[in-house]
Design a protein around this ligand. Structure first.
Ligand code: NAD
Length: 785
């Protein structure tokens, strides 16, 4: 039987080891982080009079690495407190502790001999049945464990995380022929459910899936750049979002990865493949020259790009000198938008021909390799999406282009199309995938096979085709099955306007009549970044305050409806959940948050305060979390600071620490399962759900107001905040304090909501607030005026 992983060990505390240790700590797994004992004392250690026998010296590598992790950006930890789950040590004094670990992951240097030795040492002490894995980028997993015991081999596999492990979603799992299938399955579940990764199974071939195809694609792009006489900046403007790839496109990606790392990966394939393919993995001479000069990329301060002052310069790959950055002069049609990819098939313009020349080889290469490196095409597509940030993997993109037309063009160009693709077309299958309302099918071995393990992946886009109850310009109500209703935001950027507000009322009414409860969630880029600012600004500029008052009352009313709904309302935030987005979550019965949730009441940035009960609901929540004997002023100060400083959590865990989440709210590691978990939460809560009743709220009143303001005023005198910031802070303090009442007075919710509305209305009438709103709408960032 496979044991549950409760305690893990990470061997090697470098970039990846420390990142993997943080990933484990983030999900509450106790982790031992070991590195070698250093050979020499540092100057500082000598000065301190330490010797090589002192723990401080012996554990130095793991300790320093962990300390650096706390400063690293983006942060590896979802909360600094998670570091407590990690114990550091060294491979000599603490090796025996591996006996207590359920999973040991080797993350030492990429060198077969070193890895072999480390694994044999692990084999000597590990407990039988414990899982061991290697985080190699491309060395043969079988080869490194050859000399280990049978039990070891049965419990050993490759677990290839991508850097940085918290943020990059891909986890390639590489079982060997000897790995027990139960172990591979267990690690797949563990990777998906506990660590929140997109897990794909890769075969034990050089560099596995994503790096094999990704490296090939990058080298083909470089080759075509030279042929087409394009330059670095021009290629990047063509190979980013325009074709559904990340903003960092080709060369900025290489700068981030590091040219040395890239060369190492390419070299690994070069060494292990034969024939034509080998040529393709040869590093071109100008890159060799870059390596010699140390132009490694971001870590060296220069690579394909270099920053000089505020200017970004690009490398001239002929002269290896830097020159002003250039962009490809795109045709008007494609400017800034994703291309119509089908154009690549027939267009003769320079950009389309270049794109065809870099994309078609990747499609063919993937098709040639599929059975060698993966079990199926899905694993390849998913690896490229999760590992390289492509919107579509090669086979999905191929479907978009049209398989028949593409193959015809390839054959015209005398390219070798893999026989299985031709046979697929001959047998009448014209796409690699087929989506039906029930399932996704993919082509494998002469037929469509159903994609399994889909139960937890709810696709609202599919539900929208069949299960819509109601729909308006900003939201829709969908039946999620099992008597759970879903309210989905569909407005541009999911901004909250009257349409969403209206649908919230309708959704709750419908759920109270016919469902167990309501999930408020969506699958956009962000959960919601706030209210419809443009509409508010327009009304304010027209002095239409009655309309604004009406909207705010409606917004507050909808939030109260969520709070007092007779059936549970569960919100499912993820990514940016700001302003109105956070206000929707606060009153819900349960928050099921994705681990990567960035939540905050940031209205100050646009010259306002929360208008949908945000201050009151956060205050009430923090108050209820504080228990008996609460220091009211402390609660009010915390809420005041959180909103006045527009604090945004860097994770769901931190949102909890700020008070946005209750201790009983839950975090979902894998965003793909978020709506499923939210739905389960509704089902779980609904059996004995009792709506809360309104209670009076104790406030800090006039004396508390004065105290709250003191801090803001001193920030003003020290020059940290502007006059207008202070004005906003005063209004906010007044609302949180509950106005001019004696300390400890208990007030009705409506009283606080009225104060909030008045303060909101007075601020939106201020010219400086309107300037802030306008700036945010035009530039996408706050104006400090
Ligand atoms: P790194 O050089 O940053 O760290 C390696 C660490 O291993 C160092 O701290 C070193 O002191 C330690 N070490 C060396 N020999 C050891 C031994 N015998 N016992 C214990 N510790 C030992 O390297 P990294 O970038 O963290 O890479 C580690 C592994 O992860 C490599 O196999 C690499 O290919 C793979 N990987 C790296 C990346 C990446 O982007 N850096 C991505 C995926 C996989």
């Amino acid at each position: 039987m496979v044991k549950t992983i409760r305690k893990a060990a990470v061997i090697g505390s470098g970039v990846m080891g420390s990142g993997i240790a943080a990933l484990l700590a983030n999900v509450g797994i106790r982790t031992l982080l070991l590195d070698v004992v250093p050979n020499e004392l540092t100057e500082a250690e000598k000065k301190k009079g330490l010797s090589k026998d002192d723990d401080e010296v012996r554990n130095r590598l793991a300790k320093t690495s962990l300390e650096q992790s706390l400063k690293r950006k983006p942060a590896p930890f979802t909360s600094k407190k998670n570091i407590d789950f990690i114990t550091i040590g060294n491979t000599e004094d603490h090796w025996n502790e591996l006996k207590t670990c359920d999973w040991i992951v080797e993350v030492v240097v990429e060198n077969l001999q070193v890895k072999k030795q480390v694994l044999q040492n692990i084999d000597r002490v590990r407990k039988k049945g414990s899982i061991v894995s290697s985080n190699t980028s491309g060395i043969s997993v079988h080869a490194m464990s050859e000399e280990c015991s049978q039990d070891f081999k049965e419990h050993f596999l490759g677990t290839h995380f991508f850097n940085p492990p918290r943020y990059l979603k891909l986890l390639e799992i590489i079982p060997t022929k000897e790995t027990k299938s139960a172990i591979a399955q267990y690690m797949q579940n563990f990777g998906e459910e506990v660590l929140g990764k997109k897990v794909v199974f890769a075969k034990d071939t050089p560099n596995f899936i994503a790096n094999r195809i990704g490296t090939y694609g990058l080298l083909v792009t470089v080759r075509e750049m030279n042929k087409s006489q394009l330059n670095v900046g021009e290629v990047d403007s063509l190979t980013g979002p325009l074709i559904g790839r990340p903003k960092s496109a080709t060369f900025r990606t290489l700068d981030v990865v590091g040219l040395d790392t890239f060369a190492h990966v390419a070299h690994n394939v070069f060494q292990h493949v034969e024939g034509e393919e080998r040529e393709l993995f040869t590093i071109p001479p100008f890159m060799e020259a870059m390596l010699e000069k140390g132009f490694y990329g971001s870590k060296a301060g220069k690579g394909f790009y270099k920053k000089e002052g505020k200017e970004i310069l690009q490398l001239n790959t002929d002269t290896l000198q830097y020159e002003p950055r250039q962009k490809f002069p795109l045709t008007d049609k494609s400017k800034g938008k994703k291309k119509d990819m089908k154009a690549l098939l027939y267009s003769s313009n320079r950009e389309d021909q270049f794109l065809w020349n870099i994309i078609s080889p990747v499609l063919l290469y993937s098709a040639h390799l599929v059975s060698q490196i993966a079990d199926n095409i899905i694993d390849i597509d998913e690896a490229m999406r999760a590992g390289f940030g492509w919107k579509k993997g090669p086979f999905e993109l191929w479907d978009e282009l049209g398989v028949e037309e593409t193959v015809a063009k390839m054959k015209n160009e005398e390219k070798t199309v893999p026989s299985w693709v031709e046979e697929m077309l001959e047998s009448g299958f014209t796409t690699f995938y087929k989506q039906t309302p029930e399932a996704l099918f993919y082509f494998k071995e002469s037929e469509y096979k159903v994609k399994e393990r889909e139960e937890k992946r709810i696709h609202l886009a599919s539900l929208e085709k069949t299960n819509v109850l109601q729909k308006n310009s900003g939201a829709s109500l969908l039946d999620m099955g099992d008597d759970v209703l879903c309210l989905q935001f569909t407005s541009p950027n999911n901004a909250i306007g009257l349409d969403i507000i209206d649908m919230i009322h309708k959704g709750i009414n419908e759920a109270e009549q016919n469902y167990k409860g309501l999930v408020i969630g969506n699958q956009g880029k962000n959960f919601c970044v706030g209210a419809n600012l443009a509409m508010m600004l327009m009304e304010a500029q027209d002095d239409n305050y009655e309309e604004i008052d009406f909207v705010i009352s409606k917004f507050q009313g909808a939030m109260q409806h969520i709070k007092y709904s007779l059936v549970p309302v569960v919100t499912a935030p993820f990514s940016m959940t700001l302003g109105g987005g956070a206000e929707v979550c606060l009153p819900s019965a349960h928050i099921q948050a994705a681990s990567e949730t960035y939540m905050g009441l940031v209205e100050g940035g646009v010259g306002l305060i929360p208008g949908g009960g945000g201050s009151q609901n956060l205050y009430q929540k923090v108050l209820s979390q504080s228990g008996s004997g609460t220091d009211l002023l402390k609660v009010a100060s915390h809420v005041f600071e959180t909103i006045a400083m527009a604090k945004v959590s860097t994770s769901a865990r931190e949102a909890g620490e700020l008070g946005f989440l209750n201790p009983q709210d839950k975090i979902t590691q894998n965003e793909e399962f978020l709506l499923y978990d939210a739905k389960q939460a509704v089902i779980h809560l609904s059996s004995d759900y009792r709506a809360p009743v309104q209670q009076k709220i104790p406030v800090v009143g006039e004396s508390g107001y004065a105290t709250l303001l003191l801090g803001a005023q001193s920030m003003k005198y020290s020059g940290y905040i502007s006059d207008h910031d202070l004005k906003i802070a005063k209004k906010l303090a007044f609302v949180i304090a509950g106005g001019r009442l004696p300390f400890g007075t208990k007030v009705d919710e409506q009283y606080l909501l009225d104060l909030e509305r008045e303060a909101f209305l007075s601020l939106i009438g201020e010219l400086k607030s309107q300037e802030r709103m306008q700036h945010m709408l035009l530039k996408g960032k706050p104006l400090r005026n």
